[in-house]
Write a protein that binds this ligand. Structure first.
Ligand SMILES: *Cc1c(COP(=O)(O)O)cnc(C)c1O
Length: 389
């Protein structure tokens, strides 16, 4: 394939993240790896295999289409797949047929699940999603009475795997009153379901931020997205965790999360720009002295967002260099004046690490002020991805 950049996924980084997260949530809790958004831009195919190598046996997607990708990628045929969002009627049957579990957030879908189970002669595996305060999707009020009734009438067709909810912003303390109300509401609903004979195997509520900041949300299963890829859900979550460690006074705090992704390209050309000239389109960057500019064949068309114009950073030969001028559709200019030894063909790291000399930050997400989630998800599918040690 003709691509000007490539993505590598580090097995070692993923292993460390998963080991850390498992220790955090306890070994009795099921670890479900969230791989929606093309595995947060990492690529479902490569990522699922890598995660299986690291011991993961449970995956969650948003849509049935993504679930199909996981189904194709998984090599351990027993790895569990759960769909938390979009499934149309025909896909419902497909899901039941393939033993894929899915969320129930309205009575209509539960009816559809019963029908699908009848047609394929297999029980549908369902997770009851409870509305607890997010006000997006979820069962509440009288709907729950009808759900209990339907479950009672279709015991052989419906297997209630889980009862779950999703929190509205556990990555910030500002939302903690709301989160605590959600936890209370969830626990009340679970108790109520129990009184009505519905006792699912997995109570699950925690995403990365909840699992890291609210231990009481961990329960029987966690649904971990961003943290397994090596990113903190927010700076605040990171600081809270660091503070907790520092106060426990054992050792100096070392960030336990390692970035799985490295996004690389190579310098296309290096050129000299005389003092007083502008670089690139328009007049956003004036060379106030003689400059050496390296051109990298990656631009906003490749997911290197325009917000990085005159602000982004990349790594070359283990050091950071700044973006100058506007990021173009397929090209970006880097000021390498400080280093006369940099030449065309040198490796450029756009996200991730390079050499031992710069093991720390080099992600552009902090720079671009986009959330980590958005930056990653925007990485185009056509960039080749591969697992590395
Ligand atoms: C995306 C998602 C998660 C994972 O969230 P992270 O913050 O990335 O850990 C968990 N549960 C549901 C329902 C989600 O949609």
């Amino acid at each position: 394939m003709n691509s000007t950049s490539r993505i590598e996924l580090s097995r070692k980084a993923l292993q460390r993240n998963i080991r850390f997260l498992r220790r955090r949530v306890g070994t009795k809790t099921r670890f479900t790896s969230v791989v929606k958004g093309n595995a947060y831009g990492h690529g479902i195919d490569v990522f699922v295999r890598l995660a299986e190598d690291c011991g993961v046996r449970s995956f969650a997607t948003f849509s049935a289409d993504e679930a199909l990708e996981v189904l194709r990628a998984r090599t351990r045929s027993k790895s569990d797949i759960m769909i938390t969002g979009a499934i149309d009627r025909t896909q419902l049957e497909w899901a039941v047929e393939n033993g894929i579990s899915f969320y129930i957030f309205d009575v209509e879908r539960l009816g559809g699940a019963v029908e699908a189970a009848k047609r394929v002669r297999k029980p549908a595996r369902v997770h009851l999603e409870i509305e607890t305060g997010m006000h997006r999707l979820g069962l509440e009020g009288e709907e729950l009475d009808r759900v209990v009734e339907l479950l009672g009438n279709n015991r052989s067709r419906l297997q209630v795997e889980g009862v779950c909810t999703h929190y509205a912003g556990p990555e910030s303390m500002a939302n903690s009153v709301r989160i605590h109300r959600q936890i209370e509401g969830f626990n009340e609903t679970v108790a109520w379901l129990g009184e009505h004979g519905v006792t699912p195997r997995f109570r699950h509520t925690a995403c990365s931020a909840a699992a890291l900041s609210y231990p009481q949300t961990v329960m029987d299963m966690v649904r971990i997205g961003i943290a397994q890829y090596g990113y903190w859900p927010s700076e605040e979550t990171r600081l809270r965790f660091a503070l907790e460690k520092e106060l426990s006074g054992k050792r100096r705090w070392v960030d336990p999360l390692k970035r799985v992704i490295t996004w690389k390209s190579r310098i296309l050309a290096v050129k000299e720009v005389p003092s007083g000239e502008y670089v690139g389109y328009g007049m956003t960057y004036l060379a106030n002295t003689k400059k050496r500019i390296a051109v990298v064949p990656v631009g906003y068309g490749d997911g290197f967002t325009r917000g990085l114009s005159n602000r982004g950073r990349v790594l070359i030969r283990g050091r950071r260099y700044g973006v100058v001028g506007m990021v173009n559709m397929n090209m970006t200019c880097i000021d390498v004046t400080e280093s006369p030894d940099i030449v065309a063909g040198d490796e450029v790291v756009l996200i991730g690490k390079q050499n031992r000399r710069d093991m720390s930050v080099a992600s552009f997400s902090e720079m671009s002020q986009f959330l980590n989630y958005e930056t990653l998800v925007r990485l185009p599918r056509q960039i080749p991805r591969q697992a590395v040690a």
